[in-house]
Write a protein that binds this ligand. Structure first.
Ligand code: DQA
Length: 146
């Protein structure tokens, strides 16, 4: 059984009503349900957490070190400036895929840079909730190759 930690960062609990023109109309619960459905078909166990707090996300990554094979991570706005989250990913050395609903490179300049991406296997963005699904698929593919 492959174990994956799915982490959602700040403000993603508001999906569905938060700027739907940018992030789509799907709620976080529906996205999680879709991911869980896909994971079950693949015999993959998902543990899903959302937090608006940097320290909680760091703690979840540290705990993941003891059970997870990889991480699917949408760090929200922390993407652009959290060296602490970047260090956490680098420290646990779990293969991580960064996912974003929106195309961060086509938005405001401050969103173009990810300080997390350099410690990830890769980044997928711009495909709405499918960024998560395809990010998960990419992560599983990566783990299968190892
Ligand atoms: C986001 C992009 C970030 O720039 C933003 O701060 C978010 C959501 C996305 O999924 O598109 O909160 O991570």
């Amino acid at each position: 059984m492959t174990n994956i930690l799915v982490l959602h960062g700040p403000n993603l609990n508001l999906l569905g009503t938060r700027q739907p023109e940018v992030y789509g109309k799907m709620t976080l619960d529906s996205i999680n349900q879709e991911l869980t459905k896909f994971a079950k078909q693949q015999n993959v166990d998902l543990r899903i957490q959302q937090s608006n707090h940097e320290g909680d996300l760091i703690d979840a990554i540290h705990v993941g070190r003891n059970w997870a094979d990889g991480i699917l991570f949408n760090p929200g706005a922390f993407t652009h400036y959290s060296y602490a989250l970047r260090d956490a990913i680098a420290s646990v050395a779990l293969p991580t895929v960064e996912a974003h609903l929106s195309n961060i490179h086509a938005r405001e300049e401050f969103r173009h840079n990810s300080v997390i991406a350099p410690v990830c296997v890769g980044q997928i963005c711009g495909f709405g909730w499918h960024s998560y699904l395809w990010g998960l698929q990419a992560l599983l593919q990566h783990l299968a190759k190892k």
